[in-house]
Every structure is written in structure tokens, then in C-alpha cells.
Ligand binder design. Structure first.
Ligand SMILES: Cc1ncc(COP(=O)(O)O)c(C=O)c1O
Length: 375
């Protein structure tokens, strides 16, 4: 019997055409090493990705330990370099312990899936990062998504979940709008109901607090054993990777239970070395102060409220209009990020400008020109 063969890619083509019609196609734009464009789209908040001391530390680690870490953390992948980074991160962020993962994404997956499972409850802010959303789904716990920054609803959900293992999870600084979570209030509510609070400090480490120790530590809550923090090493620290900060018992639990820790090759030595050097450079607090000052200047230029960290949002609305505005910025030599569906809901597309500690006054003048011409 001859059957007509179905082209397995035909459905993908249909879906691509639908996205094209809705101006939702995404395209990779590889940048050159020598890039004349002023970058306000990246996450190199402190300008450390190109800092000679950070790069040299990566090269030293590469020469000493090799290009790869050779195995998962529980087999051959844990080096004294990983241990030293964990020690430095814990000390800087005032945590009892730290555990390095291969990315912030995997740190979130690992923490959330090992703290909550079937039959448990996770309370998650509606604006949480995609890695938290995915972690909640993967946990198979009952996930309740609560309105953005609404502590009263969190309290209601926990009240109704009395007697069940519950975890509350929030970004410290929300990745699209750059606003801060009510961490102290969430902690009080979580504590009242015996729930753990997980705070993702991806956009706060290196930026928030006198030495960039993050929001939780800046609020004086670093020593609370019922708060677990996650960080990325790939934004303000200029490297790659992620980590969890928390009480020793939490860290030990993750070593036994976090699948993204156990079944993943350890972070490459060069990234570990770079991140370690970057943590050392946070100590005097000058870069954290500088990035917050530059973020405030950029917010003034676009008429946004004073930012909590380095992220400055510009609300546009229509997805196509947001793309055109981002293109106008690019024509004026400034790269900004554009968020549109499915990253954000329909009708609330926006631009995001991120400050960096190494922006000069001339750079800010260039941003001012681009803002006048583009918005
Ligand atoms: C809030 C937040 N959490 C986690 C991540 C993931 O971190 P990584 O890029 O290290 O995987 C990101 C961004 O990438 C983020 O914005």
C-alpha cells in the first residue's frame, strides 16, 4: 500500500508563518567582538565580563584545570576552585553555604524541584522569571500563581494550605520591569505559616546593597534559615553559571536531591575562575554604587520611576511598535532589549534599558540623543 508521506516539518512551517504574520519571529543577531554599538541590552551590569582581572582569572583557571570540568559535581567535577568560589559567594552574601550550578536557570530548577513535590504547594509571583515557571511545572506540586507583589494573596493561599509543605518563590528584582519584591513582607508571611521562601537574586547580586550582596542581605535577612537564595554568575559577575545560597542543611539536601546538580556536568573551570575574581571585585562597593547611579540617570531620560536596580523599563504596548522603537534606538547606535509575546502578555510589549557601571558621561549623552529620536 502506498501512503502519502507527511512532511514532519510542515507543521513547524505553518507555525512559523503564523508568528511571522503576528510580527513575532525572533532572529539571532551575532555581534562582532569589536562592537561600535552602545549596549543597554546585556546584563553585564558592572562591566566585569571584559575586566582584565576577571579575564586573567578565567585564563589561569583554564591553564590549571583544563577546558572542561571532566564530570558531574559528585564524580570528578568538584575542584578546589569550585569550593573556593562557593566559599567566596557565601561569605560575600552572608550565607551559611553556597552551591554552584551550571546556570542560574538550573539552580532554580534544582532548588524548587527538590524543595517541593507532588502534594506540596508552591506560591509563585505572576511576574517570576521563566526558569521559576518551568521549575514549578517540573516539581509537580500544586502551583498557585499570585498577582504581582501581592502579599495578602500569598497569606490567603498559605492560610488555605495549612498543614501542607509550602514554598513561596519570587524574583528579588523582576527581570522585565526591574521592580523589587516585598521580600521582608513575604518572609514574615512565609514564617507565620511555616513555609520556605525562595528568592531569585539574579538581577540583585552585584547591584543591590552597599557591596552588591543582594536584596535579601541588604534587608538584613541573610541569616534567616527559612530563606533560600538563587543567583546567577552570568549577569553582574560577568561570567557564566549559577548558585544557591542558604543554610548548611539546605545545601546538603540539594547535593542529595537536586537533579540539575547531580546529573549535569560541573561548571567549566574558566567560568568558575572568572566568577571568583568578580566576587572579589565587589568588596569596595564602587561598581554597585555606579550602576545604580547610571540606572537612575537613564530612568530620568525615559521618564521611568527610580529603578530598584539596573533594569529600566519603557512601556510601549503594541509588539510591532516596540520592535520599531528598538530599531530606532539601534539606528542611533544604542542597543536596547525588546520584550514581546510570549515573553510578556499581549498588549504590554516594552523595551528594557539596562545600566552598566562602566558607562561614561559621553555614553549617557548618546543615550539621551537616542531616547529623543526613538520614543
Ligand atoms: C530572574 C532570573 N532568574 C534566572 C535567570 C537565569 O540565569 P542564567 O542565565 O544564569 O541561566 C535569569 C536570566 O537569565 C533571570 O533573569
Amino acid at each position: 500500500v502506498r501512503r502519502t508521506l507527511i512532511d514532519p516539518l510542515a507543521r513547524l512551517r505553518e507555525r512559523a508563518a503564523a508568528r511571522e504574520a503576528a510580527t513575532l519571529r525572533r532572529r539571532l543577531r551575532p555581534r562582532a567582538a569589536a562592537d561600535p554599538v552602545l549596549d543597554l541590552a546585556g546584563n553585564d551590569y558592572l562591566g566585569l565580563a571584559q575586566d582584565a582581572r576577571v579575564v586573567d582569572a578565567a585564563v589561569d583557571a583554564l591553564r590549571t584545570w583544563g577546558a572542561g570540568s571532566t564530570g558531574s559535581r559528585l564524580v570528578t567535577g568538584s575542584t578546589t576552585l569550585h569550593a573556593a568560589l562557593e566559599h567566596a559567594l557565601a561569605a560575600h552574601c552572608e550565607a551559611e553555604g553556597a552551591l554552584v550550578f551550571s546556570s542560574g536557570y538550573l539552580a532554580n530548577l534544582g532548588v524548587i524541584t527538590s524543595l517541593a513535590g507532588p502534594g506540596d504547594v508552591i506560591v509563585s509571583d505572576a511576574h517570576n522569571h521563566a526558569s521559576i515557571v518551568d521549575a514549578c511545572r517540573l516539581s509537580r506540586a500544586d502551583v498557585v500563581v499570585v498577582p504581582h507583589r501581592d502579599t495578602d494573596v500569598v497569606a490567603d493561599v498559605l492560610e488555605r494550605s495549612e498543614g501542607r509543605n509550602a514554598v513561596v518563590v519570587t524574583d528579588a528584582i523582576f527581570s522585565v520591569d526591574g521592580d523589587a519584591a516585598p521580600v521582608a513582607e513575604l518572609h514574615a508571611v512565609a514564617r507565620q505559616h511555616g513555609a520556605l521562601l525562595v528568592v531569585d537574586e539574579a538581577h540583585a547580586i552585584g547591584v543591590v546593597g552597599p557591596r552588591g550582596e543582594g536584596l535579601t542581605a541588604a534587608l538584613g535577612l541573610a541569616h534567616e534559615t527559612d530563606i533560600v537564595r538563587t543567583v546567577t554568575l552570568s549577569k553582574a559577575l560577568g561570567s557564566q553559571g549559577g548558585a544557591v545560597l542558604g543554610a548548611r542543611e539546605v545545601i546538603e539536601h540539594l547535593v542529595d536531591a537536586a537533579r540539575t546538580f547531580i546529573f549535569d556536568t560541573a561548571l567549566a573551570p574558566s567560568a568558575v575562575g572568572a566568577a571568583h575574581a568578580a566576587v572579589g571585585l565587589l568588596a569596595d562597593g564602587t561598581r554597585s554604587l555606579a550602576v545604580r547611579a547610571r540606572a537612575a540617570e537613564i530612568a530620568d531620560l525615559v521618564g521611568a520611576p527610580r529603578p530598584a536596580a539596573a533594569v529600566v523599563p519603557v512601556h510601549v504596548g503594541d509588539a510591532a511598535e516596540a520592535m520599531h522603537a528598538a530599531d530606532r534606538f539601534a539606528q542611533h547606535g544604542v542597543r536596547v532589549a525588546c520584550f514581546r509575546p510570549p515573553t510578556v502578555p499581549d498588549g504590554v510589549s516594552r523595551l528594557r534599558l539596562t545600566a552598566r557601571a562602566d558607562l561614561t558621561d559621553a555614553d549617557i549623552a548618546r543615550v539621551a540623543d537616542a531616547v529623543r529620536a526613538s520614543l
